[in-house]
Design a protein around this ligand. Sequence first.
Ligand code: MRU
Length: 321
Amino acid sequence: MLKSVEWTGNYLVIVDQTKLPEKLEYIELHTVSDVQDAIVNMKVRGAPLIGVVAAYGVLLGVLEGRNPYMVIEQLKKTRPTAVNLEKVLDEMQVVIDEGGDLTEIENRAREIERREVEATYRIGLVGLDVVPDNARILTICNTGVFATPGIGTALGVIYKAHEAGKVEMVYALETRPVLQGARLTVFELMENGVDVTLVVDSMAGILMARNYVNLVIVGADRVAANGDFANKIGTLNLAVLARHFKIPFFVALPTSTIDPNIENGENIPLEERPEDEVKKIGDRYITRPDAKVFNLAFDVTPGEFVHGFITEKGILTPPFK
Ligand code: MRU
């Protein structure tokens, strides 16, 4: 399996995901500004991976001699929807509050990474139970090795189900506008020998109507106490379609993505991203450059649409306390 993040002891190495699929390029992050740039510009993305990179970001800040509290504040603003970022930074702050030295700060960042890696393997195994034989699975965005420091959440389940010989086909939605499905999910599933078919986002309906898929598994960026959850824009559409066509709809996530402090989905902050992500493909405008654009990166799906939350602690149902 590819590894998308590595702490060398002095600096961080990540895969620059913006270069995929053309190039698998590793870049070094030496400073908090490097980390901030990597998260904001989606060189790294995916809720658990953002959290791990931010934890090392705090360590890099301390190594730079910067005020850790200001570093934490700065990093918290990079991406608002994924709760892992906020939680990891709060956890790092506790170590700082307690006067932790460099070794303790480093150990905590490593521990956060280790926990997230382990969670993905367990999620994969727990999820096996919900995957039927001859599974034809629809998924959105990228929830695998480029979204976590381990094998992934929804893709973690798919990898384990593939090992068990249960997967007939994975349908990867391209995931406009940043194309995480086309660029990342297809790339990693093909690298790992899992049969995958790329489809445009608007094919989800007919895939379900004509029985091309018999299971939907997605990831999550933040799950509220009542089970409403934020995930990549388009997830809500999938949930509504899956309910209509009576197809099981599961969410796979580490419990670190649950935010028990938010009662329901109405209060989940939704990130609005730059207009050019929608207006351009590569360097070319696909609309008038002066067109108005509304580019929400995430939507919120009501918890009642979810058959189960596949976590490292088992398949859970709300409320989450
Ligand atoms: O904007 P992104 O690419 O960071 O969005 C990622 C997702 O929506 C994933 O589904 C989510 O973070 C879960 S990844 C294990």
